[in-house]
Write a protein that binds this ligand. Sequence first.
Ligand code: SF4
Length: 293
Amino acid sequence: MTCPFLKETQVRYCQTSAVRKVIPLAQAGRADEKCSSADHASCPVYRTQPQEQPASGPCPYLGESLMQYCGAAPVAKLIPYSESLLSRCGNDSFRYCQLYLAMAHPNVDAEEVDGTPLPGWLKYSANHMWLDVTDDGVCHAGIDAFLSRALGKIERIAYVWLKGRHRPTAVLTVEGVDLEVVFPNPFLLTNCNLYLRADPSHLTSQPYTGGWLFEGVLEPGALANLLEGAGARAWMEREQRRINEFLQQQHSLPTAADGGQFVAGLARVLERDQMLALFHEFFSPYASGKREP
Ligand code: SF4
């Protein structure tokens, strides 16, 4: 599937110019455009070329091709056909484009488990990260709504690696404490969501769309031990129970829940040591190995 904002247009371009200058077909033939008529004889670039016949009709060096452009961008940037297929515009990855998200406001109808959104099309690691894989092997990863609820307002984000084959890792700063979130399986990291460095609030408000963290290419083993479908929903139910029990075991916590959802923004009501213990138990790389059958 391609982005609904990806448009096509026929363009003409000069085949001899060192810098390819394109002319959208809508502008061809305008009074100030010489390339389509015998007026091309006055073009200084044409004159530098060998001329076998007197100039008549359109310039022989005028080429024509089909290009694509982003209809959502304030200034249309033309993209050759071949490049759009490589970029996120020509495949399902458009769902993570900031421009697309800002213009389309897509409605992510996520299923919920005890009030926690849990989209059924994603795969989840036991330390509360998600992975979305498109048909062409491009993948995106981020934190799930359970983890983003526990963290609340995130002050800062830094990426440990921006590219390469790694376990993708980001450091989130909450209440002055640096917390490392690690996707447990390595893949070929090609991009990180750098917009979040300017505005980390999308991590909390849109954890499954604008708050994505990592983009990459799937590699063997990247899907190991991930949960999906009914297995993911059952796991999330267990996690809800487990975190409530964990909070109730912490004496004098105003956050100890009564069976419902835990209080949002736990980092702001827990002591630093309690928060670190909770993070270690549920969200650390260690927690990713704690998957119950
Ligand atoms: S830049 Fe973004 S909004 Fe524009 S066509 Fe590509 S994916 Fe769509």
